[in-house]
Design a protein around this ligand. Sequence first.
Ligand code: IPM
Ligand code: MG
Length: 362
Amino acid sequence: MSAKIAVLPGDGIGPEIVGEAMKVLDCLRREFGVAVETEQALVGGVAYDAVGHPLPRETLQLAKAADAVLLGAVGGPKWEPLDYSVRPERALLGLRSELGLFANLRPAVLHSQLIAASTLKPEIIEGLDLLIVRELTGDVYFGKPRGIRTLENGERVGINTMVYNEREVRRIAKVAFELAGQRRCKLCSVDKANVLESTELWRQVVTEVGKDYPKVELTHMYVDNAAMQLVRAPKQFDVILTTNLFGDILSDCAAMLTGSIGMLPSASLNESGKGMYEPIHGSAPDIAGKNLANPLATILSLAMLFRYTLRDEATAVRIERAVEEALDAGVRTADIYSPGTHKVSTSQMGDQVVACLRSQAS
Ligand code: IPM
Ligand code: MG
């Protein structure tokens, strides 16, 4: 039986980068007999334009019925004036909560070919391989009360609620400990327990869960220090476990260590391993439609889809190898270009990956 992937290209560069991942998928079907079906649907600003909502009912139904979701990006200046409830970003948050995607895996791996593209010194980042495990369905992103209210004296207040319950912390902590156990067995839990009670509880529960994982070395770090340590000495980290908001911020920071946010894939998983896969960069409206964007984060997200939802490690590794080989061939999109390499477009990069994939078949 073939697996079904809901494909949601979205806004900005979304359609271009997802298009390249589809080329990779076609090649996998043709050359390696990988059995997957895809179906596309609208999400984000383009969905709002078409039907008045960023997450149309049919899109949500398709996403729920599929084994996995591959998403490009959502949002753009065109939709910024819209009410919060119909902003493109709401579609992402809606998919996360409706599908119960509480575990967000954001690996930051330095591809050695790109060491010159990072703003950090080579010795700081050489061999970097860390994984951020971000809680994705709690915290200020979903906590209530929220909103902008007007007080009796006419003054407005903006409110969000940072809240975690034990169950939410326990389940994400388990995911992080399991993953750390498969890697270098080091887990750093990042919080702000010196100031925020919601993360004081976070620290207590993570510590409790840790008792079941004696092989994994658990440390705790405040988020401000973690941000500093990420740029000072990022190789001290193996797995970082953190909250929704802190994970959002730290993962952008970690992305830059690797040279470009255009390289970083992500997986968002629910209790049963179903997942949504997307690059961690946004819709980059400034370069949309120009065939300039880097499709590798999306292609690497497809690899994660095979690894975590379809449990097809061989195909995941095959895709990742093809990306390495494309980089070895010296082709670079603008964001990862450095002198001495060959600058290519979005579609040329996708073609190169497909060519490398095809040569693995012969
Ligand atoms: C991310 C993004 C989203 C987030 C936005 C677009 C809602 O920044 O996935 O990191 O804040 O989670
Ligand atoms: Mg973010």
